[in-house]
Design a protein around this ligand. Structure first.
Ligand SMILES: [Zn+2]
Ligand SMILES: [Zn+2]
Length: 105
């Protein structure tokens, strides 16, 4: 089974506290960065890409791990079913964690 996602232009790197968006994916539930999430791809994941679920009900952005080739390609993509989609919204991930850390001082 594969799921369809839509590639979005750009990444959330500029506002993110993580080293890069692939790190962001690893830190917030993705697990270990392994292979490209694209359904048929066997390349190593090198970038975290912003995608949207191919559904009108969910317009939020998610990060998935992709190889360099798929990371720069546009349009829609079929990804493997077990790929974890990590929210790109920093308010619910790294910014939030930073705030919690401040509060615990
Ligand atoms: Zn982050
Ligand atoms: Zn790929």
């Amino acid at each position: 089974m594969a799921r369809k996602v839509k590639r979005l232009n750009g990444t959330s790197d500029s506002t993110c506290r993580c080293a890069n968006s692939l790190e962001h994916w690893v830190s917030f539930g993705g697990g270990r960065a392994g292979y490209c999430a694209e359904n048929t791809c066997a390349e190593k994941a090198e970038v975290g890409a912003c995608v949207q679920k191919d559904a009108n009900t969910d317009q939020s952005c998610y990060i998935i791990p992709l190889c360099r080739g798929h990371g720069t390609a546009g349009g829609s993509l079929e990804i493997m079913d077990f790929t974890v989609l990590v929210p790109a919204d920093t308010k619910t991930t790294c910014m939030r964690e930073g705030m919690l850390r401040e509060n615990n001082k």
